[in-house]
Design a protein around this ligand. Structure first.
Ligand SMILES: [Ca+2]
Length: 376
């Protein structure tokens, strides 16, 4: 049964369009442009030696061929490097439907980067302390109605909402620039996103009860599944290495099959004051689910096994923008790099909000997990 939570009608912002849901025509459309021209060095046939030349001439010809090949390689290599460093579109651009670009600048290799994604996600050597430090702030597209934020192999991805404006995009984690973007169907309202192995991103929709899967390397749609939830809506999504964890604006955290989107379990989330409702964008970190709470300036830390709230992260320290007239520009979006789960310096994460003009890199502080001291 669909529960309409406080102010849920205003989730559509200033352009409510009711419960229009995606149909077969709601399949995501790719915006793939032409492939990048590849700079391929090709040896010229004109350097082939004639059949009746002496050894000295033949040797000279070989030297010439090698020299030409080296010269071609020298011109080819810098062009590739320059391509990786090409400044992307300014983050103020609303949607960039561009051809695939090379990966953004690499991040420093963290402690457990050599492990598989599943091994990184299921690492339990550390646990969160509940504290965090602010590393830096950088621009975020203030037109982006952030509904999902996720990392994959050091790359930062975002899903955005609103009918007619929903997208999946890759952001430069250094500058916030929108590197690539794919528009979702105008008939759906994009919601939470999680990125799994092989860069497969699962993206929820608000009321269409459809999840879309994209390959973030090619920015192409891969598949589409129906999903169920307690409220009938899709809000947040996280990935623990095995299953997806879904929020729907209710007080439930639902574990769903990553391939079929079929529900596995549903857990009531509760704290010292009772049930915690309006759970939104989510992230899996060191055995916990971190979830934004709609219209609140904090993130709750949830034990996914029991639903118990372990604590909250007060995000007012990063700077919450003044609430706009429509009130929609709330905190929503946390992405953490599982390759840093084993770092002694804490877990590298990014947080932002809907239509915020800033994104913040933070470090969630950790400590060695106490033996037998956790239920996770
Ligand atoms: Ca997330």
């Amino acid at each position: 049964m669909a529960r309409r939570k406080r102010g849920a009608r205003s989730r559509e912002g200033a352009t409510p369009r009711g419960d229009r849901v995606a149909s077969a025509s709601g399949a995501p459309k790719g915006q793939d442009g032409p492939a990048q021209p590849s700079a391929t060095a090709q040896a010229s046939a004109e350097h082939s030696a004639p059949p009746a030349v002496g050894p000295r001439i033949l040797a000279a010809a070989i030297v010439v061929v090698i020299a030409v090949a080296i010269a071609l390689l020298a011109t080819w290599a810098p062009s590739q490097t320059a391509g990786e460093q090409t400044p992307a579109a300014a983050p103020s651009a609303s949607v960039v439907d561009s051809a695939p670009l090379p990966s953004p600048s690499a991040v420093a290799p963290p402690g457990n980067a050599s492990l598989s994604l599943r091994e990184q996600l299921q690492y339990r050597g550390h646990e969160l302390t509940g504290e965090y430090s602010i590393v830096r702030s950088f621009p975020h597209d203030s037109n982006a109605f952030t509904q999902g934020l996720a990392m994959f192999e050091g790359r930062l991805f975002e899903s955005t909402g609103l009918y007619g404006h929903s997208s999946v995009r890759e952001l430069d984690p250094q500058t916030g620039a929108v590197l690539r973007s794919i528009r979702m169907s105008d008939a759906v309202f994009g919601e939470g996103m999680a990125v799994m192995e092989q860069g497969l991103a699962k993206v929820l929709t608000w009321r269409a009860r459809q999840a879309f899967e994209y390959n973030v390397s090619t920015m192409r749609p891969v598949s589409q599944q129906s999903f169920q939830s307690e409220s009938g809506e899709g809000w947040g999504l996280a990935y623990d290495g095995d299953d997806l964890l879904l929020t729907d604006g209710s007080d439930r955290l639902q574990r769903v099959d990553r391939r079929t989107m079929r529900p596995i379990t549903s857990t009531l989330v509760h704290g010292s004051s009772g049930r915690v409702r309006l759970l939104n964008e989510a992230e899996w970190v060191l055995g916990e689910v971190l979830a934004n709470v709609w219209f609140e300036d904090y993130i709750v830390r949830i034990d996914p096994g029991t639903g118990r709230v372990l604590g909250t992260l007060d995000m007012t320290r990063v700077g919450i923008p003044a609430r706009r007239a429509d009130g929609n520009n709330v905190l929503n979006g946390i992405a953490c790099d599982p390759a840093t789960f084993a770092d002694d310096g804490g877990v590298r994460c990014f947080v932002t909000g809907k239509q915020w003009d800033r994104m913040h890199e933070v470090r969630l502080l950790t400590q060695p997990r106490a033996a037998g001291g956790a239920s996770l």
